[in-house]
Design a protein around this ligand. Sequence first.
Ligand SMILES: O=C(O)[C@H](O)COP(=O)(O)O
Length: 344
Amino acid sequence: MAAEVYYQAIGTLQSHSYLDNFNHHQKHKSNLVRLVTRDFISGNGLSRRSSSSVQRNCAVIQSLAFQTSVVDPVLSPSRSNAGDNYKKSNEAALILIRHGESLWNEKNLFTGCVDVPLSKKGIDEAIEAGKRISSIPVDVIFTSALIRAQMTAMLAMTQHRHGKVPIILHNESERARSWSQVFSEDTTKQSIPVIAAWQLNERMYGELQGLNKQETADRYGKEQVHEWRRSYDIPPPNGESLEMCAQRAVAYFRDEIEPQLLAGKNVMISAHGNSLRSIIMYLDKLTSQEVISLELSTGIPMLYIFKEGRFIRRGSPIGPSEAGVYAYTRRLALYKQKLDDMFQ
Ligand SMILES: O=C(O)[C@H](O)COP(=O)(O)O
């Protein structure tokens, strides 16, 4: 299947994303996205089954779109002119950010899945990170289910120049979904959906959670603790190895995040040292040996460009106006220019 046909099919499916809040439609749509993606990857062209399925389902989605007067915040990407031009290229920005320092990072404790907030320094780091990415487009945000990643995403977004409001989607029950709906299309356009997923959580650190890292090294030996912390397939006692963490985090990335990028949406992921290490391992095709030395600092955003099915590592935007970051693609430069013009 030609890339163009693929992008068109995915784009059509994704453009009705406000129906995602209705469980059955979302499931339907995810299945279609998977079907079309499989055809694309196999290189055999859009199969008859996918093609008629896409057409039939687009018609159904279209008619539902007209029937409903309710506007949901999981919306199609921002509809500003700058955003529209940017997205037509089928190029998308992917920002990865490890949360700012937490109160347990400050105390040097193993944290894992314990839900601990940011420290004062972590709050400053998140705000600083937001300044660094304030001119890079963001249409949808994924965070883990843990407060330190959510605080980081929210604080970073307070600095974004587009001035949109990040809104956490509540899909935990039908009532939560229905009670958190937004009924104004204009307001919705001014918001960014934030999707929280447990699959992006920090690795479960097992019996090390709550222990001091230095004291643990003194007790079990530096090498043993380094193996627990950095090896690919050796889990800490009763916890997850990086490999186990990758099984859920990378699967989520492929199933839920990649389709958004393929549809041209710019994505930010706010997550954790190890869930992000596993995703970077996938993006950069690192071996299990290479990933051992991959260290992520708290609160430093990393930028990738997704183009024609490839992830191109752009590095980390160093300052709020670092020229090199925007020079990398014409589209990013264009987006920044539009913001500059708007806020002159
Ligand atoms: O969970 C933790 O303790 C940290 O967030 C990550 O810890 P690590 O650097 O030991 O993997």
